[in-house]
Design a protein around this ligand. Structure first.
Ligand code: TNX
Length: 638
């Protein structure tokens, strides 16, 4: 039995013992995400009032800040002014919210992020060994309040919280979410709101993908062209990847960047929410925005344009030249400023999808390979990553990169973020390197979350239920090397902030639960019940989210006799699917999908389907032309 399982049992025994007299109500009445480790409902409730006090452990500014955060969260919708005060032992107080920093045995599992939340008829008590633990207790408390807590308009609040005891701590220390701000730029205010929502879900790592081929988004004072040139591109409205190349003399008007002041603000804002900001500075590939600014760092010399969403891979040189010493001077300058701006232990150097074709014909690269006895271009990439690691280490940082940094040999102390499945992570863990699992098949938030016939154009497929099956620790791997997991929102097909939210929620709820809650507590139906409750909270918070779970998805196939069959599904439980093949709109009087694939004649022009639940349509009507369904069939092998 592993240590945390043992701790859980010891803890469960302690809590159950202490509460022997209490009536145990099923925890399924709560709507908290991620599911806490242990919940014990008790009879009664505690009434919240405008003039209450938050009492925190004396002499601990970090606890005071958590108290202020709670007071602000409650003030936003209610106008209540809860005062924060200090005392040596907050937990004795009646009629207050006590936030107690303590090393007592009652703290769940010796986990640095653990907390115990106790609500009685007399008050609320959160105990934790760290301010982070207190903060997570506050997050749970906020989720016990009605959805209106998320609103920013003044409400008349008459709020009770149920008596209970919760003991809780995370399964993984790295609970990440990545936002790509290069493919599309999102302003700092939005980034803060994004961080707010992460905090609610107890996610604690914000990976900021700050540079790529399509825009350099971080001010580097020693290299001003990065933002004067690299942050701007020609505007395009067409489909990403099919845009027209930049024309001669065309103005680069689309883009933006964060000033260092804005970066510091976001980092501080995240810190108040116990979220680490991990900056990513991509190299050696995905670097067209940097090369448009400083073309002398490429093998071919340019000139280059910041890419506006064309198909340029392998046609335009977008990698730094590792044969050129100036490349390393550039990296040093960038990392000097990045290391000062971000307190995070790690800096992410990208490392993925580097096209190495131009290195093959570059004199400097070939000379470097001969001098350094590098057998191939993969090893040349490794050479660059190792030097990047030494530069970072000289500035007190550690390196993390996408799993391609394994090609040609892993840098000595590097951590690996595994995106092309889990294999890279498994290989790195077996070499005793730290790993963050972030596989496309489970956590790529840029993929379609419902039927492509209903969703804004993108690619891939990642329904909510698949995210909920994410398991970061593969069999046979020592779990000590798996720091945790992360979902990634790449934004090629995400042109605005509303859509960034739509792609994130509710899938990031599923992510949060897989990374925080015990593996054994996973329960899709219960998760959906709680997710539906979270939708109301997001409505109040005016955060966009996808309701794709209520829609129908259709998967075509051919049966053994070659006939076309359609499988129809809805992710939400308890739904019936109705469909038509005559072009009319489906309702509950139309054909009911029998639960197994149906055969449909190919002369049909259009198929329409909708899910019904509780006597009403639950989602949107999916309408697909037969020829588009046929185009979805796997191509026969020739
Ligand atoms: C691969 S994941 C990439 C990104 C793209 C993404 C689209 C990774 C390390 N590289 O540059 O945006 O696919 O899904």
């Amino acid at each position: 039995m592993n240590r945390s399982a043992l701790q859980l049992i010891v803890l469960a025994a302690a809590v159950v013992g202490a509460a022997a007299a209490a009536t145990v109500v099923k925890p399924s009445t709560l709507k908290v995400i991620p599911q806490p480790v242990l919940v014990q409902m008790r009879p009664g409730s505690f009434h919240l009032r405008p003039g209450m006090s938050i009492v925190v452990t004396a002499g601990k500014p970090e606890a005071r800040r958590v108290g202020a955060y709670l007071a602000n969260a409650v003030a936003a919708p209610t106008g209540w002014k809860w005062k924060v005060s200090e005392t040596a032992k907050p937990s004795g107080r009646h009629d207050a919210i006590a936030l107690e920093l303590t090393q007592d045995d009652g703290i769940p599992g010796n986990h640095p992020e653990g907390y115990a939340l106790t609500i009685t008829g007399h008050g609320v008590r959160i105990q934790a060994a760290t301010a982070a633990g207190l903060f997570y207790g506050v997050q749970t408390l906020l989720q016990l309040l009605p959805p209106e807590i998320e609103s920013s308009t003044l409400e008349h609040a008459d709020w009770n919280v149920p008596c209970l005891r919760i003991a809780d701590y995370p399964r993984f220390a790295w609970r990440g979410l990545m936002l790509d701000v290069s493919r599309h730029f999102f302003p700092a205010d939005f980034v803060k709101r994004y961080i707010d929502r992460m905090a609610r879900a107890k996610l604690n790592l914000f990976h900021w993908h700050l540079v790529d081929d399509n825009g350099w988004r971080i001010e580097i004072k020693a290299l001003p062209l990065l933002t004067q040139v690299g942050a701007w591109r020609a505007p395009r409205l067409g489909r990403w990847g099919q845009s027209e190349p930049v024309k001669d003399g065309e103005a680069a008007t689309d883009g933006g960047f964060y000033t260092q002041d804005e970066i510091r603000e976001v980092v501080a804002y995240a810190k108040e929410r116990f979220i680490t900001v991990l900056p990513e500075i991509e190299m050696p590939g995905h670097s067209l925005a940097a090369l448009a600014s400083y073309p002398e760092l490429s093998c071919t010399g340019g000139p280059f344009h910041v890419d506006p969403g064309t198909s340029f891979y392998a046609k335009v040189d977008n990698a730094f030249c590792p044969g050129n010493e100036k490349t390393f001077e550039f990296i040093d300058k960038v990392f000097t400023e990045v290391a000062r701006l971000f307190p995070s232990e790690y800096v992410h150097i990208g490392g993925d999808e580097c096209y190495k074709g131009f290195w093959k014909t570059c004199e400097k690269c070939q000379r470097r390979m001969a001098e350094e006895h590098l057998a191939n271009e993969e090893e040349l990439q490794s050479y660059l990553v190792r030097r990047a690691e030494r530069i970072l280490e000289s500035k007190g940082k550690r390196l993390i990169g996408w799993d391609e940094i394994l090609q040609g040999g892993l840098a000595p102390n590097a951590a690996v973020m595994s995106w092309r499945g889990m294999d890279g992570g498994i290989a790195a863990a077996k070499m005793n390197h730290p790993v963050v699992m972030s596989p496309t098949g489970f956590v790529y938030l840029d993929y379609y979350q419902g039927d492509p016939g209903l969703e804004p154009t993108t690619f891939g497929r990642l329904p909510l239920s698949t995210v909920y099956k994410f398991e970061p620790v593969p069999e046979g791997v020592d779990s000590r090397y798996i720091l945790g997991g992360q979902a990634n929102l790449w934004t090629e097909s995400v042109p605005n902030t509303r859509h960034a939210e739509y792609m994130t929620w509710p899938r990031a709820f599923a992510l949060a639960e897989t990374l925080w809650s015990p593996k054994t507590s996973r329960n899709w139906e219960d998760f959906m019940r709680r997710t539906e409750a979270q939708f109301e909270r997001l409505d109040d918070a005016q955060v966009n989210y996808a309701r794709s779970v209520y829609d129908v998805a259709i998967t075509p196939a051919r049966d053994s006799s070659g006939k076309l069959t359609l499988r129809m599904s809805s992710e939400i439980g308890g739904a019936d699917i109705y469909y038509t093949i005559d072009g009319t709109n489906p309702d509950s009087f139309m054909m009911k999908y029998p639960g197994a694939p149906v055969t449909v004649p190919e002369e049909v022009y259009v198929v329409k389907a909708v899910a019904w639940r509780n006597g009403k349509p639950s989602g949107r009507v999916l309408s697909i032309l037969m020829r588009d369904l046929i185009a979805r069939l796997p191509r026969p092998r020739s």
